[in-house]
Design a protein around this ligand. Structure first.
Ligand SMILES: Cc1ncc(COP(=O)(O)O)c(C=O)c1O
Length: 396
């Protein structure tokens, strides 16, 4: 029976990684997969995480099942990080939350929750958005539509077109927003624009669904939560999918959080039971390990400070790489102004070059990134930036 299913094409990013591995050019450059890399191209274990691992090894006395909602200290620590300590919704007992296997797990179980609320609702995602949003939300059986977001011609957000579209969204529909460090474009809403989105949500009655996968990589841990905190402070309901993959470097441990800010404590209790029953029907309960590490880090003053310093170091390094690339491109006489790259936030940038140019830079110079022109800024280094700029100028 299994033979009825055909072979599916390889995932474009994973296919790109395979092509990179096979490339024999010793000067090849990988700007594809979205993981943080240091100057040597490694994705190290953060020192705060390494210390927390040692603490956990000493402290953990059992591998019995954990509670269905996950590690409570992790959930509380993450809610503080996302919403800020003493957020009114926390004080008023309006926030339901479960630890989830990665940001992906959170996106999926929240989509299942939306489906239970109203099987007919539409989730509006930005054009473009992270490619995996489509299966994570769509496979739960929800309809997906796009709202205009980024204009490649001007390398900036089409805010008027975005708001015109959001004005048409039906009451009860859901609008997915990237909390910070938009993937794939790196173009984030300004604080003023978040206020406009809030007003639209109030007028139209749509539910914001905020995906926070890069907190700390844009302008800093608190500043990156501006939009999220604005919405959660002023709307009765907001849902959030958070990930610790990038800012804790815990990719393979699969640590995420699904958060539902509800209108009152009674709804909070029902929604908590619903989301746990959804998780129970898919994977029962989340893996404990990564959440236990984040619990240790966030709830210990010294480790928390050390981790915050590490996040800041990653942020500053990526920002300096943006400037370095733009300066190098100008120095080499690029016939295009790339200064927008320094305005973009986080791990990704759209270089706003054509798919033909992306293919050419790969085939001629072994520089690998996806055809949309999204690059992983963390893949740039002091040692490869010169070659990268030369290659880009060559194909422009
Ligand atoms: C926008 C966005 N959301 C969510 C995630 C989820 O990541 P993970 O499931 O690895 O925690 C990612 C990861 O790349 C992402 O880019």
């Amino acid at each position: 029976m299994l033979e009825v299913l055909p072979l599916l094409p390889a995932d474009p990013i994973l296919g790109l990684s395979a092509a990179f591995r096979e490339d024999q050019n010793p000067h090849k450059i990988d700007l594809g997969v979205g993981v943080y890399k240091d100057e040597q191209g490694n994705t190290p274990i953060l020192t705060s995480v390494a210390k927390a691992q040692r603490v956990l090894l000493e402290q953990e006395t059992s591998k019995t099942y954990i509670a269905p909602q996950g590690v409570q200290g992790y959930i509380d620590g993450m809610l503080g990080l996302l919403l800020g300590k003493n957020h009114p919704a926390l004080i008023e007992d309006r926030v339901a939350a479960v630890q989830a296997p990665g940001g992906c797990g959170a996106l999926r179980i929240l989509s299942e929750l939306l489906k239970r609320c109203d099987g007919e609702l539409t989730v509006w995602v930005s054009d473009p958005t992270w490619a995996n949003h489509v299966p994570l939300i769509g496979n739960a059986g929800l309809k997906i539509e796009t709202y205009p977001y980024f204009d490649k011609a001007t390398a900036s957000i089409k805010f008027d077109a975005m708001t015109d579209c959001l004005k048409q969204v039906k009451k009860g529909d859901v609008v997915l927003l990237h909390g910070c460090c938009h993937n794939p474009t790196g173009a984030d809403l300004t604080n003023e624009q978040w206020h406009v989105v809030l007003e639209l949500a109030q007028e139209r009655g749509f539910l914001p669904f905020v995906d926070v996968a890069y907190q700390g990589f844009g302008d800093g841990l608190d500043k990156d939560a501006y939009g999220l905190r604005l919405l959660t402070s002023n709307l009765p309901e907001v849902i959030i999918a958070a990930s610790c993959s990038k800012n804790f470097g815990l990719y393979r441990e699969r640590v995420g959080l699904a958060v539902m800010v509800t209108q009152n404590s009674a709804v909070r209790k029902s929604i908590q039971s619903q989301i746990q029953s959804i998780a129970r029907g898919i994977y029962s309960m989340p893996p404990s390990y990564g959440g236990a590490l984040v619990d240790i880090i966030l709830n210990d003053d010294a480790l928390r400070t050390e981790w915050m310093d590490e996040v800041e170091a990653m942020r500053v390094r990526m920002l300096s790489l943006r400037h370095l690339l733009v300066d190098k491109l100008a120095e080499k006489g690029a016939n295009k102004d790339f200064s927008f790259v320094t305005e973009q936030k986080g791990m990704f940038s759209y270089l706003c070059i054509t798919p033909e140019q992306v293919r050419l830079v790969r085939d001629k110079h072994s520089v690998y990134f996806v055809e949309s022109s999204r690059v992983n800024v963390a893949g740039i280094s002091l040692s490869n930036v010169d070659a990268l700029a030369t290659a880009l100028v060559d194909v422009l």
